[in-house]
Design a protein. Structure first.
Length: 150
């Protein structure tokens, strides 16, 4: 594999769009969406829609302003469900500064990976099985609304 041969812009855009991960690039302190792939669009509404003041946009602003990357394991966030509840979801999060070719800040790139089942199993080994048997709890909601690619 030759790292100097990256393919066409269309090839790169297609790979980004179809990547089996949630990927987004947001520009400037206003977090204008520059690019997000299909996996990201599936969860972006709850993260960036009515909850503009949520922790995700604030994290992206911080990365953009400081120029320092952010990583976290099992980062917990409540996302609005269709029924109006706010179940908790857990993500491993990587957020990196996005820069112009001259090195000045442009925005932030974001890649979360859904880890709720792993987190809940470790935190409460008996809870997921009990919740599944009873058909209740965030475990059921998470499975029903899980991001397609994480």
């Amino acid at each position: 594999m030759n790292p100097e041969v990256a393919g066409t812009v269309a090839d790169m855009a297609s790979a980004f769009e179809q990547a089996p991960a949630v990927l987004a690039a947001l520009e400037g302190p206003q977090l204008v969406t520059a690019a997000w792939n299909v996996s990201c669009r599936r969860i972006a509404g709850p993260l960036f829609g009515s909850r503009r003041d949520s922790q995700v946009p604030e994290l992206l602003r911080q990365v953009h302003e400081t120029g320092r990357p952010f990583t976290a394991s099992e980062w917990r966030i409540a996302l609005p469900a269709e029924d109006g509840s706010l179940p908790d979801y857990c993500f491993d999060v990587t957020c990196a500064p996005w820069q112009w070719p001259d090195g000045t800040p442009r925005g932030a790139a974001w890649c979360p990976r859904w880890t709720s089942p792993r987190t809940w199993r470790r935190a409460r080994p008996e809870a997921p099985a009990a919740a599944r048997r009873q058909g209740i709890g965030p475990h059921r909601e998470a499975r029903a609304t899980r991001p397609a690619a994480a």
